[in-house]
Write a protein that binds this ligand. Structure first.
Ligand code: GLN
Length: 266
C-alpha cells in the first residue's frame, strides 16, 4: 500500500493531566515518525468530559504519567462507558504505551501514600501501592531488556539485536504483577518495585512501563513497532516502514550506556 493513502489516529489520554516528565514527547515522536513516512496523522486529545465514542476512532493509545491527585481525577472520568470502550480497544489489540501513573490505573488498584485507594480498570493483572510518605521514591535512569513475548522477538527481528530500553523513572508507587507478563528485566534502576527485577507489563499490544524519558524518542524502535502494529490492524496488511536516520538517537543512547557503565549495544 502507498503510505500516502494511510492514516492513523493517536488517542492521547488526558493531555493536561497525564504528561509528567515530558511524556508528551511520546506523542510528538510517534506523530513525526509516521509523518516522515508520508502517513497522515491525527492527534485526538481524550480529555475530561470528552465524548466516550471518540475512543472508537483511535488506532494507537498514549497515556502519560500523572501524580496521585491527577490519577484520581482521571479515574473518576474514566468510569462507565469510557472504561468499557477502552477495555474493548485494548482487548482487541490496539497498540499503546501507558507510562507510570497510566499503568497503575490499568491495574486493579493504586494505593497512594495518602488518601483512599484508587480503583483501576482491572485490565492488567497488577496492583500498585505507595509504601508511605517516608518511603524513598524510585528515581533515576532505568535500563531494561524487553522480554515480553512476542514483543521481544518482533523487536529483535527489527533491530537484529536484543531490544534494550533506556529511560528515566520517578515513582513512589510499587507495582506487583499477577498473571500478566512483565515488559522486561531490569538491568539498571528499580523497575516495577525495586525487588523482583521486573519492569512494566505487556498485554495484547499494550505496553505499560515506568519508563519516562520520554520513552519513544530514546527508543525509536518502539515507535516504529507501534506504527506498524496500528497500520496492520487498521489495513489488514503489513506495511514496510521506510528506515529513518536515527543516528542522533543512537549516539544519545550510546552516551547514556557509557555514562551508566553498561556494555550494551545501542
Ligand atoms: N503517582 C504515581 C507514583 O508516584 C505515578 C507517578 C508518575 O506518573 N510519574 O507512583
Amino acid at each position: 500500500m502507498n503510505p500516502e493513502q494511510l492514516q492513523l489516529t493517536i488517542g492521547w489520554l488526558y493531555p493536561t493531566l497525564m504528561s509528567t516528565y515530558g511524556d508528551r514527547g511520546n506523542v510528538i515522536c510517534l506523530q513525526q515518525r509516521a509523518q516522515w513516512r508520508g502517513i497522515e496523522v491525527q492527534v485526538l486529545p481524550l480529555d475530561l468530559e470528552g465524548p466516550p465514542e471518540q475512543l472508537h476512532q483511535v488506532d494507537v493509545l498514549m497515556g502519560g504519567g500523572a501524580q496521585d491527585r491527577q490519577q484520581e481525577i482521571v479515574m473518576r472520568d474514566l468510569k462507565g462507558v469510557k472504561s468499557q470502550i477502552l477495555q474493548e480497544k485494548i482487548e482487541a489489540g490496539t497498540p499503546g504505551v501507558f507510562t507510570c501513573g497510566a499503568p497503575q490505573l490499568l491495574g486493579h488498584y493504586y494505593e497512594p501514600a495518602l488518601g483512599q485507594r484508587i480503583e483501576g480498570l482491572g485490565l492488567f493483572d497488577l496492583t500498585s501501592k505507595h509504601p508511605g510518605v517516608d518511603a524513598r521514591r524510585c528515581i533515576g535512569n532505568v535500563v531494561f531488556e524487553v522480554t515480553a513475548s512476542p514483543l521481544a522477538q518482533e523487536l529483535e527481528t527489527m533491530l537484529g539485536t536484543k531490544p534494550v530500553i533506556i529511560g528515566f523513572e520517578n515513582h513512589g508507587g510499587r507495582t506487583y504483577l499477577g498473571k500478566v507478563q512483565p515488559l522486561g528485566r531490569v538491568v539498571k534502576g528499580y523497575g516495577n518495585n525495586g525487588e523482583d527485577g521486573t519492569e512494566g507489563a505487556f498485554y495484547r499490544n499494550a505496553i505499560a512501563t515506568y519508563s519516562h524519558g520520554p520513552l519513544l524518542p530514546k527508543n525509536p524502535f518502539i515507535a516504529d513497532w507501534l506504527i506498524q502494529k496500528a497500520l496492520h490492524r487498521k489495513y489488514q496488511t503489513t506495511v514496510a516502514l521506510e528506515p529513518l536516520d536515527d543516528n542522533l538517537a543512537t549516539q544519545a543512547r550510546q552516551a547514556m550506556f557509557k555514562r551508566l557503565a553498561l556494555g550494551v549495544k545501542a
